[in-house]
Design a protein. Sequence first.
Length: 360
Amino acid sequence: MAVVEVNLGKDSYNIHIGAGILSELGQLMRQFAFTAKALVVSDENVGAIYGAVVVETLRQAGFSPRLVCVKPGETAKAYETAMTLYTAAIEEGLDRRSPIVALGGGVVGDLAGFVAATYLRGVPFIQVPTSLLAQVDSSVGGKVAINHPLGKNLIGAFYQPQLVVIDTAVLATLPRRELYAGLAEVIKYGLIADRDFFHYINEKSNAILAMDNNVLTAIISRSCRIKADIVEQDARESALRMVLNFGHTIAHAIEAGTGFAQFNHGEAVAIGMRGAALVSHYMGIAEPEVVENVCGTIRRFHLPLSVAGCSAAKLHSYLLHDKKVIGGKINWILLRSVGEVQVHSDVPEQIVSRVLAEIT
Ligand SMILES: NC(=O)c1ccc[n+]([C@@H]2O[C@H](COP(=O)([O-])OP(=O)(O)OC[C@H]3O[C@@H](n4cnc5c(N)ncnc54)[C@H](O)[C@@H]3O)[C@@H](O)[C@H]2O)c1
Ligand SMILES: O=C(O)C(=O)C[C@@H](O)[C@H](O)[C@H](O)COP(=O)(O)O
Ligand SMILES: [Zn+2]
């Protein structure tokens, strides 16, 4: 089992990565002074496959778990679903040392984390990510949130988990479309921070798409390390952490503008990264080869490059809900070259409109 340490002072935690380690979750949780009652939050897909294993490992470690499964999909990241989880926590009698365990993809992680951050003003939170996207990104770094119809992740908190347990074997049941979605965030890490990693994922694309466990474990470990390095320097996104949002200004507009139903998050990020690369080029920051490199890699991993069914004008109206808007100006994360990004708040409206027209 590999361990990636996230060093955040009193909020530090370990990410355990290995094939088949789901059944060790209970033992790993025994190191903390938790009380016995535990709420395991999952969705109906993941809960049906892995809920029983998790309940059993927690029971064997002396916990009394209750499994609650929400509807799968982005629309579960909502106030109403959070309320049903608060009700379950209250009915079950969870106290301030009772853990909430997120067993699922990023939707379950963000939702359960939001409930953990707010129930009794904060109870222990454990991430057990089961999608590739959640294993490489959403389970690390402590961003938890629910959506608002007007925008993505608008209600949330920074709330770090105490433990992250990544069982790579669960990826065997992940639908192909969700594998590709996770790869969008993996491509993002290469683009923002690690040119060699970007070349590695391109070189290993066949092994990745064939779900070779060694290669997948390597990209999960490297992705977690890249994210942890950034979060360790700027946990609350006052500056540096914004780079993790590369492609997300347009992605979040796509998700909200299409009612959180047409594209999954990774697909929206793929289109958003193409958009950000185009903005970088039209700003004179990136050479055309950089845009080609971004698009070629997105295509290689079967991800979309454009939006159908949402006008440029509609997307534009959602851009200003981006959390990186300060004083009415969007902080754009732009690409200079592969592995090198810059933040710009001076992107002219004409360039934004041109790019939105190009991607729709
Ligand atoms: N907090 C963060 O830092 C952060 C980072 C990136 C993304 N996110 C959020 O994460 C969410 C997207 O996460 P996601 O892509 O995991 O989507 P998801 O949680 O909807 O999971 C995708 C689908 O795969 C299924 N699934 C998950 N694991 C499975 C498995 N092992 N076997 C079978 N089916 C499985 C789920 O049931 C779901 O239908 C978005 O809401 C996004 O905003 C948050
Ligand atoms: O962890 C971060 O910081 C990120 O930006 C990671 C993103 O991949 C993720 O989608 C995140 O939820 C976006 O956050 P938001 O603050 O833009 O809502
Ligand atoms: Zn993301």
